[in-house]
Design a protein around this ligand. Structure first.
Ligand code: SAH
Ligand code: SF4
Length: 393
């Protein structure tokens, strides 16, 4: 890629549209919900309690119908039903991989589609959710990066992804029963689907606050990981305003290579990124940062790369997650050989860092990291490909 190539494509980010019909209560912060209830006639001195009650129904019991909110007066329930709705994305399809990984395709406002991936593991389950439809960035190894950004997801659409996965997994208590205490099916949430979460900061923050809230989805902030390609100015804000675990898509140990793999590096280079990361654990009171490193054959996988990586991150409490490259049709890279990945991991491990190699999951259903791309876009592309093949393009 030439040095003066644009880092991000031109994108029109459509702001949250004013609601045409009744207001959706999903995704509203406590303050926003309180204000909405007061505006709809709830007495101010009751509003705080009503917020807590409604949140519990929506996020802890999975209720979508005001009529079922039995600790509220019948007349109040009817008023709520007139003015508000409880809406989550609509599941269009679900595929289950041979290894148990589930991929959902959901439709959000405007008819766009987003993918969500659920990865069950021994004693835990991770839900990988998206923050944008497409991505403005153009990381050269990422399938999402080949898709134009369509728009930011709203807070409702982000927290709604967790809710529809809970619907499918049956992870809501039976009506009238206390929440389950056994191991949660969705024990972890990672913002590693489509999009750059720090380019949709406010909506991601509002959604994650609901996920972390004791009266919301109620997952500890240590079980939420936000992955960024390196939007340096928003990193300290992430620590202060969200406080979740941070993962960074590092992928290269020289600016020359990182400029090509993760083009946002041309704006904020490795040195600036590392400066911001050094501050993160203190600011967010979290133990360590995850460095994600995609293993690309003969590109970034030499012993020398491993040694440089260890030197660069010296002093930062870190774990290095090695991701065998997930291939997608037309990808310009190949996955490093297994022995190479192990040799790389070994150097990092001997330097004192945990260096887990991420087991590729759900590859048979294109559900692996970096493979997510909306179905509408794929269909469009394949049509174009077909036309080209037929000599029509
Ligand atoms: N935009 C954010 C989060 C989404 S990507 C980010 O870039 O961090 C989640 C992770 O998958 C990132 O580390 C990303 O670099 C990685 N990734 C993207 N494409 C990949 C691929 N084809 N194979 C393996 N990992 C990939
Ligand atoms: Fe966007 Fe992340 Fe893919 Fe880069 S790796 S194009 S930032 S989704």
């Amino acid at each position: 890629m030439p040095a003066d190539a644009p880092i991000a494509r031109e994108a029109v980010v459509v702001p949250r549209k004013p609601q045409d019909g009744p207001l959706n209560l999903v995704g509203l912060t406590r303050e926003q919900l309180r204000a909405a209830l007061i505006a709809a006639g709830t007495p101010e001195d009751k509003a705080k309690m009503r917020v807590a009650q409604i949140w519990q129904w929506i996020y802890q019991k999975g209720v979508r119908d005001f009529a079922a909110m039995t600790n509220l007066a019948k007349s109040y329930r009817a008023e709520l039903a007139e003015k508000f709705v409880i809406e989550v994305p609509e599941v269009v399809s679900r595929r289950i991989s041979a290894d148990g990984t589930r991929k959902y395709l959901v439709r959000v406002g405007g008819g766009h589609e987003v993918e969500i991936v659920y990865i069950p593991e021994e004693g835990r389950g991770t839900l990988c959710i998206s923050s944008q439809i497409g991505c403005t960035l153009t990381c050269s190894f990422c399938h999402t990066g080949t898709q134009m950004l369509v728009r930011n997801l709203t807070a409702a659409e982000i927290v709604g992804q967790v809710m529809v996965a809970r619907d499918d997994l049956g992870e809501w208590p039976e009506p009238g029963r206390a929440p389950k205490n056994e191991t949660r099916l969705i024990s972890n949430v990672v913002l590693m689907g489509m999009g750059e979460p720090l380019y949709n900061f406010d909506n991601v923050r509002d959604a994650m606050k609901i996920v972390m809230d004791g009266e919301g989805i109620s997952l500890s902030r240590r079980r939420i990981t936000l992955s960024t390609s390196g939007v340096v100015p928003e990193i300290a804000r992430t620590a202060r305003e969200i406080g979740c675990m941070l993962a960074v898509s590092f992928h290269a140990t020289t600016d020359e290579l990182r400029d090509r793999l993760v083009p946002i590096n041309r704006k904020w280079n490795i040195e600036k990124l590392l400066d911001a990361l050094r501050q993160y654990p203190k600011l967010s009171n979290s133990e360590r940062i995850t460095f994600e490193y995609v293993m690309l054959k003969d590109v970034n996988d030499s012993d020398e790369d491993a040694r440089r990586l260890v030197k660069l991150i010296a002093g930062i409490p870190a774990k290095i997650n090695l991701i065998p490259f997930n291939e997608w049709p037309g990808a310009p890279y190949q996955r490093s050989d297994w022995e190479r990945i192990e040799a790389f991991a070994d150097i990092i491990y001997k330097a004192g860092y945990a260096s887990p190699i991420r087991t590729p999951r759900g590859e048979d259903i294109m559900a692996a990291c970096g493979q997510l791309k909306s179905a509408t876009e794929r269909a469009r592309k394949s049509r174009r490909e077909i036309e080209a093949e037929a000599g029509m393009g």
